[in-house]
Design a protein around this ligand. Structure first.
Ligand code: THU
Length: 160
């Protein structure tokens, strides 16, 4: 038996104002998108914004449904729109912000497992890392240099 250790390194910024200018702008787009969340059931608002290599910013928010599983997370709302609209563009950076209507969301909220899997598909397809930045409503912002860094042991199409 041999043990395998998997390590992840993240960068933590104290606040949005410490981010590079272009990422601050991207995070502001995510905050704007978060205000469009449709979350009457969970009361948890999430916004996502993706910067493409053609300069476009695609944003999305979580959209819930009375049939709960029919709803979709902000990340997938945005990434599927980006993939469907600009299939040839590379996704460079993604900014995420989440805010509960029940409590102040001060800790950075990472993408859920299903969204990591969905983002991984595009990162593998484009063969270029997607930087992920995530935060709550204010305070610390966490950066991951790629999606792979957040999802070791990814399931991918080469095994099909
Ligand atoms: N949600 C997202 O939009 N992204 C995530 O990564 C985690 C969860 C949404 C789904 C649902 O509308 C609400 O947050 C509560 O789970």
């Amino acid at each position: 038996m041999k043990e395998v250790k998997i390590e992840t390194t993240l960068q933590v910024y104290d606040s949005i104002s410490n981010l590079p200018e272009d990422v601050q702008q991207l995070m502001n787009s995510a905050i704007e998108a978060r205000n469009n969340a449709y979350s009457p059931y969970s009361k948890f608002d999430v916004g996502a914004a993706i910067l493409l290599d053609n300069g476009k910013v695609i944003s999305g928010s979580n959209q819930e449904n009375a049939s709960y599983p029919s709803g979709l997370c902000a990340e997938r709302t945005a990434i599927y729109y980006a993939g469907a609209t600009y299939p040839k563009a590379k996704m460079l950076k993604m900014a995420l912000t989440a805010s509960s209507q029940n409590q102040q969301t001060l800790k950075p909220i990472p993408p859920c497992g299903a969204c990591r899997q969905a983002i991984a598909e595009y990162e593998i397809k484009q063969d270029n890392p997607i930087e992920i930045y995530f935060m709550g409503v204010k305070g610390k912002v966490v950066k991951s240099k790629s999606l792979a860094n957040l999802l070791p042991l990814v399931f991918e199409s080469s095994v099909l």
